[in-house]
Write a protein that binds this ligand. Structure first.
Ligand SMILES: C[S@@+](CC[C@H](N)C(=O)[O-])C[C@H]1O[C@@H](n2cnc3c(N)ncnc32)[C@H](O)[C@@H]1O
Length: 302
């Protein structure tokens, strides 16, 4: 017992020392991000989160393109005494990949050109982001070149605070993929083990969906439905629907939205104009514009 206690004390001291040692590059980053929070460019929690992401980006670059990275694994429940703290040597054993770039950005406002990608991969991503999967599908569809494909792998394990109406099941996801204008390819569901290390006595498993979809080279005719597809997704062109020409809304913002429907503009395009030309909040613009389009559509049909 005494032996075990002294060993655990040794490990604790070792962890404290290792964690408190910062490299010069880490110190410089910390100073820079503190400057940002002092100059009010970011709040302190934002600058801390940014710093963490930057450090991970630098680490990933060293693994893929540099001399590798030595890190320690501390399993929450070690398998045995030798597994309490395990040094790991992380490196790209097959050599540095060619034409591979890291980009640290919010995927929903990333500085990426529409149609620039022939493949988009989303591993363990679409359920974890605080965004409606429909919006994620719109972003992916926009980024893909005609003929490009999307490959998704991961569970539909939404966070507790994710709205219930947006907790799509796998069959609903497949329907949405088609309605978004993709050709649905192969799909499978498997029980996948994760967070399982040979040094840990515990681990998890989840049901992961692997699905491939293609953005057709020529946009398909989308099914008629209520609500129409262009109202469900922010990337589909809104047609000049029946009744629109004769409709004269009194409210100037509704009139603006009605005029913006030119047969090419999408919900996303009109939402962006709402931000730029009418001062709408960027995080509420798509939902607000969707509500106005829905009102217009219903009014024109009645
Ligand atoms: C469950 S993890 C999966 C990580 C990795 N793809 C994998 O398969 O191991 C989800 C990842 O999504 C990232 N993420 C969350 N919101 C994001 C956003 N708006 N833009 C880009 N990445 C985001 C998180 O930082 C996290 O790394």
């Amino acid at each position: 017992m005494a032996d075990l206690l002294s060993k655990s004390q040794l490990v604790k001291t070792f962890i404290d020392e290792t964690m408190s040692r910062e490299t010069e590059a880490q110190q410089a980053l910390r100073v820079e991000t503190r400057k940002m929070s002092n100059s009010m460019m970011m709040s302190r929690p934002e600058s801390d989160a940014f710093l963490q992401l930057l450090i991970r980006l630098i680490g990933a670059k060293r693994v893929m393109f540099g001399n590798g990275l030595r890190l320690f694994e501390f399993p929450a429940i070690p398998r045995d005494r030798q597994s309490v703290c395990v040094e790991r040597d992380l490196r790209a054993t097959a050599g540095s990949p060619q034409r591979f770039h890291f980009l640290l950005a919010d995927a929903f406002v990333a500085p990426l050109r529409a149609g620039a990608f022939d493949t988009v991969l989303t591993p363990w991503f679409i359920d974890i982001v605080p965004v409606d999967v429909r919006e994620t599908l719109s972003v992916i569809h926009t980024l893909l070149a005609p003929g490009g494909r999307w490959i998704n792998h991961g569970p539909l394990n939404y966070p507790k605070d994710h709205p219930h109406a947006q907790r799509y099941t796998s069959d609903e996801l497949f329907t949405l993929i088609r309605l978004a204008g993709f050709e649905l390819g192969d799909a499978r569901e498997d029980e996948v083990e994760l967070l399982r290390s040979r040094h840990a006595a515990n681990g998890r498993s989840e049901r992961a969906i692997t699905v491939a979809a293609r953005k057709p080279a020529t946009p398909p005719a989308l099914p008629d439905g209520d609500p129409p597809c262009w109202l469900l997704f922010s990337h589909l062109a809104i047609p000049r629907f029946a009744g629109l020409d004769a409709f004269r809304p009194e409210h100037p913002v509704l009139a603006f939205v009605a005029r913006a429907i030119d047969g090419n503009a999408t919900l996303g395009d009109i939402a962006q104009r709402m931000v730029k030309e009418h001062g709408a909040r960027a995080d509420a613009a798509v939902a607000g514009t969707r509500a106005m389009l829905s009102l217009l559509y219903q009014s024109c049909r009645s």
